[in-house]
Design a protein around this ligand. Structure first.
Ligand code: KIV
Ligand code: ZN
Length: 501
């Protein structure tokens, strides 16, 4: 087995894409998570590009001790000196310097002759060598470069002190077969350096190209969480790592990534940038472990490997999700009802299943809250414990948020005042006082179901008490009212579950 080093460039190539920029504190948070994921190298930024990037690289170099920290620099002394200034406090600093080597980039972008580019690259590596022996050189647009010129420049920089030579497919142009041949060719013509690859996803081939390169001898791969990066993005770290793990025998390569951190890392990035991954994104998309077809759900429940090549737990997902919908069968329905904490007799289940099928014909996806609503309607609506009556609240920049809430408990009205971090928190605290409930809010989600500032907000809450969970959902133009009603509904369901036992 060969080890493949994972060079994460989420904070550099990923962050430079529109919509993904991060502040220094956010980059540090992400770097700490990448350390937990156990990546080998974190490319923390491009220090000369801005004060913010410089500070982020400097802070990450001070705080993150495990992985190597790389800083990007063009092949110029000014860039390299600035990168070193930011990196110098890292226990494992790496200078990553680059210059374009393709005819099109040299002629139109750099306006330099190939010989000048060669000299510039050698000079840059020699200069970087004054600071550290951990130097990576990238031949930008390598896949559109003249192969013989590429070999000449790679051998030159290795002689000058580069330890890693990176072969970027800067414009996402290559194909797996072609890239594999290029890597084999480079491997046969250079020695004493690690071959790295860096693929962009313009044709949707970034992960496939990276994996083809690994098969041909690349031993470092540059990639990003969720595949973010310039234009269509970079190769997705989670895809490469899970392909190597799942098809180990085929690749004969491993990584040291703690794969159970893949999902948490993906979620953290989405929450920092506010950009969700597409639902069908490999490995970390919402649907990657979701099964809706009845035959698939039945198969999964009988034996997971019928329709899953990886276990959800391997990437840090607690379980797969069987999304109930019109294709779902009785088996999946009963399993979900039981998982929600309900046990019903066969005739009761038959009644519920018939209602569920009618609902599924109208509504595409049936969530836990929908199921609980069906159960409430069928068995418990008449004697609900709690009824929401009213809520008034006040807050603002200079006052502690306060709410007065009125609810009925067992048909008797109660009124209470609550304070909190915000209006919703104040309302929840007032309700908790009246109901004497010490439940924990597990999940709180607001979405808008219509457009405009007067949109209807849909609030979904999930609460937990003594190991039992319940959800509540409500829609209102005022999200605080919707939140209060959803909370009261969840309390009723919790009460219902307690009464079932
Ligand atoms: O895509 C690219 O060529 C790069 C280099 C700077 C490595 O990001
Ligand atoms: Zn790139």
């Amino acid at each position: 087995m060969h080890k493949v080093s994972i060079f994460d460039t989420t904070l550099r190539d990923g962050e430079q894409a529109p919509g993904f920029s991060m502040g220094v504190d956010e980059k540090i948070k992400m770097a700490i998570q990448l350390e937990k994921l156990n990546v080998d190298v974190i490319e923390a930024g491009f220090p000369i590009s801005s004060e913010g990037d410089f500070n982020a690289v400097a802070e990450i170099s001070r705080k993150v001790k495990g992985p190597e920290i790389a800083g990007l620099a063009r092949a110029s002394e000014k860039d390299i000196a600035r990168a070193w200034e930011a990196l110098k406090n890292s226990p494992h600093p790496r200078i990553h310097t680059f210059i374009a080597t393709s005819p099109i980039h040299m002629k139109y972008k750099l306006k330099m002759e190939p010989d000048e580019v060669y000299e510039r690259a050698i000079k840059a590596v020699k200069f970087a060598r004054k600071f550290t022996d951990n130097i990576e050189f990238s031949a930008e647009d390598a896949t559109r470069s003249e192969p013989e010129f590429l070999i000449r420049i790679l051998n030159g920089v290795i002689k000058a002190g580069a330890r890693i030579v990176n072969i970027p497919d800067t414009v996402g142009y290559t194909t797996p077969e072609e890239f594999s041949k290029l890597i084999l060719f480079i491997k046969s013509r250079i020695k004493d350096a690690v071959i790295s690859v860096h693929c962009h996803n313009d044709l949707g081939l970034a992960s496939a190209n990276s994996l083809a390169a690994i098969k041909s001898g690349a031993r470092q791969v540059e990639c990003t969480i969720n595949g973010i990066g310039e234009r269509a993005g970079n190769a997705a770290l989670e895809e490469i790592v899970m392909a190597l793990k799942t098809r180990k025998r085929s690749f004969q390569c491993t990584t040291e990534i703690d794969t159970t951190q893949l999902y948490p890392t993906s979620r953290l990035l989405s929450s920092i940038t506010g950009v969700e991954v597409q639902p069908n994104k490999a490995i970390v998309g919402k649907n990657a472990f979701a099964h809706e077809a009845g035959i698939h759900q039945d198969g999964i429940l009988k034996k997971q490997s019928t329709y899953e090549i990886m276990k959800p737990a391997d990437i840090g997902l607690p379980s797969n999700s069987l999304v109930l919908g019109k294709h779902s069968g009785r088996h999946a329905f009963r399993t979900r009802i039981n998982a929600l904490g309900y046990e019903f007799t066969r005739p009761q289940l038959n009644t519920l299943f018939a209602k569920f099928k009618r609902l599924a014909d109208k509504k595409k996806e049936i969530y836990d809250a929908d199921l609980e609503e069906l159960i409430t309607e069928e068995f418990y609506r008449v004697n609900q414990m709690y009824h929401f009556e009213s809520a008034n609240f006040a807050g603002g920049s200079d006052m502690i948020p306060v709410a007065t809430v009125q609810i009925k408990i067992n048909k008797k009205s109660y009124k209470e005042v609550g304070y909190g971090d915000g209006a919703v928190d104040a309302v929840y605290n007032a309700i908790k006082k009246m109901t004497k409930k010490n439940c924990r809010l597990v999940h709180f989600h607001i979405s808008s179901i219509t457009k405009g500032s007067d949109a209807q907000g849909k609030v979904t809450v999930q609460i937990e008490e003594d190991g039992k969970e319940a959800t509540g959902q409500s829609t209102h133009t005022d999200i605080v009212i919707a939140s209060a009603r959803a909370f009261v509904q969840a309390l009723n369901r919790l009460d219902m579950k307690n009464r079932l036992r």
